[in-house]
Ligand binder design. Sequence first.
Ligand code: RIB
Ligand code: CA
Length: 304
Amino acid sequence: MAEPTKLLIDTDPGVDDAVAIFMALAAPDVELLGLTTVGGNVPLARSTRNALALLQAAGQSDIPVAKGASRPLRGRFRYAPQFHGPGGLSLRLPEPTAGPFEKGAVWFLADQLNRQPGKAILVALGPLTNVARLLWEYPAALEQAKNIVVMGGAVNTPGNVTPKAEFNFYSDPPATEIVLSSGLPVTVVDLAACRQVGISREQALSLHSAHPIGRLTLEMLQGWFGKDMGRQWFEFYDPLALAIALEPAIATFAKADLDVGLEENESWGETSETGGPGEISLPQQVDSSRFFGLLEGLLELEGF
Ligand code: RIB
Ligand code: CA
């Protein structure tokens, strides 16, 4: 029996974070070691509440949720209610009865990584503040990760929060710079990759599932379209990062060295290739059929 894939997910749930988390929870050969929360799409308190509520709704409240950063390394988070709604999710879930882990996110990540050297994959789906702090406070811990997969950046493609910057990297460019310049083997799933996997309103509304977590996922996705009749297309940002963590063969990759805009001007949070040699793995071509096949299989979706 092969060992399960051990995941740690750092997240700011968030509708697409929720879909990614549900994929991990539904995957039979995945052990979700824990969630760590960060402000981003919503304030930290809401991000943590949503993480607890998602696990409870999926019947997996035993999985720990450790609270992380309420602010970026510099400045403040700007939230994204226009996309995720004021509460951060497009599905009303019961208030969680469980509380967060007694220790913070950085301690929890270091402890988990050190407990199983070379075994756990860290998937970062929000601003990189917790991951940067982990590098600062426990520099050797992240070297114990089997892989580090980050959703963020807009390389040679327009941004989604400014013309040049993607939301997660824009939310904390100093933290992003610390992580991307660490020399660690980081996979950066940027908007150019994520824009290769989208679904139309019509497609989404036609899907159904007999799997309880599949049904929750569809309610979340269909609820997102239902919030605004102008919404015609949903891109699977965080779910693609999760999928690549589980099945790297979903994409082809090129090595890159990335810079992040740290000037407080229009280039704030912009990602650009330096052209030099680098350790960053950047997806090039995404096999969208394989991505949707994984999504369909994990969540028992029908109607594609
Ligand atoms: O730019 C997309 C990213 O920003 C996703 O992680 C989404 O959840 C938001 O956090
Ligand atoms: Ca996110």
